[in-house]
Structure formats: C-alpha cells, structure tokens
Design a protein. Structure first.
Lengths: 281, 334
C-alpha cells in the first residue's frame, strides 16, 4: 500500500459522487420521494381548486364579460392555471431550503470533516450541494407541470412544447441562487434550530410577497415594491409567459431572465465565497 | 526531520480568540510506528488530528506530514493520508460497497481500480459477506471496520485514527486492535491515533504522548513511561489516625510516599520485596496495616503522575458532545 495516488484527476473530481450521494437518498427512498411530490399536489388540488375565483364573478350581469375580467387580472381565464405556476416556484423554495439543512447534518455527523480531509476541492463540496438541490427541484418542476396538466392547466394560445425548455432554464437559475443562499446561511451552523428559524422567516414572506397566488398589480403599493424585488416573482412571470399566457411579452420575458440570472450569479458568488472561506478555516 | 513522517513544532490552535485548544505542542512520528495521543475528552486530541489532516488551520506553529506543510501544501497532504474519523460517517442508506466506492470517488480513483481495491479492503476487514447490505444493518464493530476500509482506499502512507474504538465493547475493541496491528505489520504503515482508553494506548502504541489541557506533558514508549515512574506502587492503609509518611520513607527502596486521605501511595523499586519491609517497619512502631495492595505501574499511574489527576473528561462543546453521543449510540448498534 505505498504507491502514490496522483491520478490524472480534474479540479472537479468528486462532484458527481457527492451530488449523487444526496440524490440517492431521495430517489432510493420511495416514501420520501412520494412525500415530496404529494405536497405540491395537495397545494394545487386544495388551494388551486378551492379558490375558484372565476366562479366569484357573476356571469349574468349584462356588459360584464367574466372571461375578459379574469384575463385582464390573471393573464389567463383560469385561476387554477395561474396558481399552478406559482406552485412550481414554491416547491423550488422548499426543496432548496431542505438542501441547506443537509449541510448541518453533514457537519454534525462528521461527514463534512471526512470530505474535507480528502483531496476534493472545497468549491466542489458546495457545488455538489447546489447541484443536487437544483436537479431535484428541476425534476419536481417537470412532475408538477405534468400533474397540473392532468388537473386541467390550460396552455396559452401560442404555447410551443419547446417553451418547457425555457421553464427549466429559468428554474435552474432560480434554484442555483436559492440553494446558494440557503447553504451560505447554514454553513456555519452546528445546530438545526437557528437556521430553521431563519429560513422560515425568509420563506413565508418570499412566497406570499410574490405573485405566486395573486397578481402583484392588485396589491398595495408598499407590498408591490417588495414583490418587485423578489426573484420568485420574476420566475413566476417567466413561467406564466412561457406556459399559460396567450400573447407573450418578449421584452418582459427577457427582463425576467436577466433579473433571475443576475440574482443567481450574485447570490451564488456570495454564497460560494462565504462557504469557501468558512470551510478553509 | 527528514525521516519523520509527522513533525509538529509549536503547533497551536486557538478558538474564538481565547480558547486555547492546542497549546504549542511539539512531537514527531517515525516511519512505521503507531503513535498515540492519550488524554481525556476535551484535552485537544481531536483538534490536533484535525489540524494534521488539514481540516482545521493552525493558529500558530507548523507541522508537516510526509514532508508536506499542512498549511501551505494541504492538497498534497490530503492525497497521501488516510483518515478514520471518530464518528460513523458512512451513509446508512447505502451498502458497505457503495460507501467504499464513494470514498474512492472523493480521491478521484477510476472505477475499475476502485472496485478491485474495495473488494480487497472489504476482505481485509472481513466484511465481504456484508458488502451488499445497507450500513444501517451493521453492528458497531462492523461500522468501525467499514470506516477503516474507507480510510485505506487511497493506499495512504499515514493513517489517522481518531478514537478508533469509541463506544465499542471490550471484545470488539480487542478485535479492532488486531486490524490496526495488521496494518502496521503487513503494510509498514505509519499510524497516528488518539484515544482516551489507557489500555488501548498501552496495547497498541509504540510511543504515547500524554496530552492535558492542550499541552503534551510527556512522550515515550509505554514501557519507558511506566518504568520512568521508578518502580511499583504499594497502596496501604493503617488502622491508626497518624501520618506515617516519614516513617515509610526511611525503608530501603522506597522512593516516594503520598498520603491521600489516609491511603498511602508508595512508589518503590522491587515492590514485592519492599512491601514486607514496610509492614515490618510500621509494626515495630506499633501501627497496624489494615489493607495493602501492590500494582505494577500502568499508564493510569503514569497519567496520574504527570497530570496530578485521574483520567476524566474536560468540558466539551455542545457539538462535540452531540457527535460523541451519536457515535456511542451507533456503536451499540442502535
């Protein structure tokens, strides 16, 4: 047992091994897998179908076109389609949050120290966390869209199947940003309670102070200003443009991508720099 | 320094600017020896090992492993060392084989090579029959052996073992020692280990450093340390309520006497010959010996001598406590 081990390894070696370790826990555990899928189904089924907003608008008043009113407010005549898209963003929020918690577990169980003593680069340790959370979220995005279609999601008039690729692209950007944010928040923690509390504090406002359930333009001004900096709002808007809106506003779509892209780059950079510095202490 | 596998000079780690975890320690480990850090929990053993395996950066001083500076050439150090942590780091949801292969991936070992090595290593630690079982079905001893196999996957020249038998029962612990001895004997590997089990340090280590409050108090082979105490220990009690230390001191071959609450700890050469003379001397002055025991020195006596107290645990962080509890629970197969 003596020959040296400087195999031809790249700077990124180990990234797939670590990513797959996270993913395996999920896809090898059918119960957990199912549970993570049930949550968005429940939200969609219960909230999306119970809040039957289009039924609120009376159809028998002359001169009031309920379809046009819905179209004007939500961009689609079907509220369920509107909120199903919000569900995609919300699921990403929760999945990336739990990936942050896995850092704390790795530290407490000694796995993090073990990996730190191997020649795996510090950056790879963090990348693999971000990557596994992102891959999980993107998979869930796909499943949610399929389920939403089964529940009656109505595609826009100009929907093209290739638009789905655009949805995955913007979800990728959002998830990279969010998971970097949550990992940066948890990397220093040795206990579960504090990051859990901080994340809950961030998550609920991020979810409700966005256009996930309700269009921003009907909110009070102060709330709108919050919604307008929330990257989730831009993601939701982009996904709606790509899936359910009849006439796509390309300028807005480009703006959505630019905003979420910049968010991802900035937060990922901050998160990775912070984590890196902490891991090399 | 050239033939030292590990060399540390003034190695220091300070946490939160004032907690001195490791305080200017100096030591060197020679090729092919088992070097042990012995001390209570919280004495700075794990912090030292974490610096040597480049997980923690030292606050001061320097150290090298196989000639590589742990602070400046940390990447090179990581390539040539193997680590068996105190905790059970294997993934419970994966099989033994999958865990070893995961470790191989972390070293960038190609799959065809790593499969063959994993098979060899699982055979070495006698887990071949269980390689496709999930780790959650393993006993404490099996988990330890799996950690050992993972730590050897990159064919390290130096293996670091942090409390290798923590929480194991006596039989399993003794069996684990055999695996560790095998590594030294058959592969000429250098091993650095920490332990708070005195008998483990005595049974396994070629040389031992006793560490207390972050400082090394003495280094030597277990034999040297025990011999250095200057003989055997006679412990006795007398019926009367008087201090007879001075009287005992006059007996030939008695080197030192300590009165600990009426129990006398007498350090003497040739204890079995000296003890009757001590009894005789006391009886002549009218004292009655009620209890007497004779012990050849163990590392416990050495420890007592150098730190002035029995081995007990220092205060620990919440985090260290938590991980130790989990390790103990898993060791018991929970």
């Amino acid at each position: 047992m003596s020959e040296m081990n400087h195999n031809s390894k790249s700077k990124l070696h180990g990234i797939w091994a670590l990513t797959n370790r996270e993913l395996k826990k999920w896809y090898k555990e059918p119960v957990l897998f199912l549970l993570t899928m049930i949550q968005p189904i429940l939200w969609m089924g219960l909230l999306g179908k119970s809040m039957n907003i289009s039924a609120l608008i009376p159809t028998n008043i002359p001169g009031l076109d309920s379809k046009a009113l819905m179209q004007e407010t939500f961009g689609t005549s079907d509220y369920f389609s509107f909120m199903a898209v919000g569900m995609v963003g919300m699921t990403a929020l929760f999945t990336t949050m739990f990936s942050g918690m896995s850092v704390v577990w790795d530290r407490r169980l000694g796995f993090l120290n073990k990996v730190l003593s191997t020649p795996v680069s510090r950056a790879v340790i963090i990348f693999s966390k971000v990557l596994s959370a992102t891959l999980r979220s993107m998979f869930q995005t796909g499943v949610i869209i399929i389920i939403a279609v089964a529940f009656g999601l109505q595609f826009g008039a100009n929907f093209n199947p290739l638009n789905i690729l655009g949805v995955f692209a913007i979800m990728f950007l959002l998830c990279v940003g969010l998971s970097s944010l949550f990992i940066a928040l948890t990397i220093r923690s040795t206990r579960m309670e504090t990051p859990m509390a901080v994340m809950n504090l961030i998550n609920l406002p991020m979810m409700f102070a966005s256009n996930a359930f309700y269009p921003a333009k009907l909110m009070p001004d102060w709330l709108q200003s919050v919604v307008n900096v929330n990257p989730l709002s831009y993601t939701n808007d982009a996904v709606r443009q790509l899936l359910i809106v009849n006439t796509v506003d390309y300028t807005k779509l480009a703006l959505d991508f630019a905003y979420v892209g910049i968010f991802a780059v900035i937060v990922a950079t901050i998160g990775i720099v912070l984590s890196w510095r902490f891991l090399s202490k | 320094m050239s033939d030292d596998v590990i060399a540390a000079e003034g190695l220091t780690k300070v946490f939160n600017k004032h907690l001195m975890a490791v305080d200017h320690v100096n030591f060197s480990v020679k090729q092919g020896e088992i070097f042990g850090f012995l001390g209570p929990n919280g004495a700075g053993k794990t912090t030292t090992i974490n610096m040597l395996i480049t997980v923690l950066k030292p606050t001061g001083g320097k150290a090298s492993v196989l000639g590589f500076d742990i602070a400046k050439q940390d990447y090179d150090v990581r390539n040539v060392i193997g680590v068996v942590p105190q905790e059970y780091t294997a993934d419970e949801d994966l099989t033994g084989m999958e865990n070893v292969l995961l470790c191989a991936d972390l070293y960038g070992i190609p799959r065809d090579v790593s499969k063959e090595r994993a098979m060899d290593l699982l055979k070495l630690v006698e887990l071949t029959d269980f390689k496709d079982k999930k780790v959650q079905t393993y006993s404490g001893g099996m988990r330890r052996r799996l950690e050992l196999a993972c730590g050897l996957i990159n064919r390290p020249k130096v293996l670091f073992l942090d409390e290798p038998t923590l929480g194991l029962d006596v039989q399993t612990r003794t069996a684990s020692w055999d695996y560790i001895r095998k590594l030294k004997k058959e592969y000429g590997m250098t091993l650095f280990m920490t332990t708070h089990y005195l008998e483990e340090a005595d049974a396994l280590c070629d040389r031992v450093a006793i560490i207390d409050h972050g400082k090394i108090v003495v280094v030597g082979t277990p034999e040297e340390l025990k011999h250095g105490l200057g003989g055997d220990i006679i412990t006795l009690r007398i019926k009367e309520d008087a201090d007879v230390s001075e009287l005992i001191r006059t007996v030939e071959h008695v080197k030192d006497v300590k009165n600990e609450d009426g129990s006398y700890r007498i350090k003497a050469e040739y204890g079995e010959v000296t003890a009757p003379f001590v009894i005789e001397a006391l009886r002549r002055k009218g004292y009655t010996v009620t209890k007497l025991s004779l012990t050849e020195p163990t590392l416990n006596e050495v420890y007592l001598e150098y730190t002035g107290k029995s081995m007990r645990d220092a205060e620990e962080s919440r985090e260290a406590n938590f991980s130790r509890r989990i390790t103990m629970r898993r060791a018991r197969g929970g």
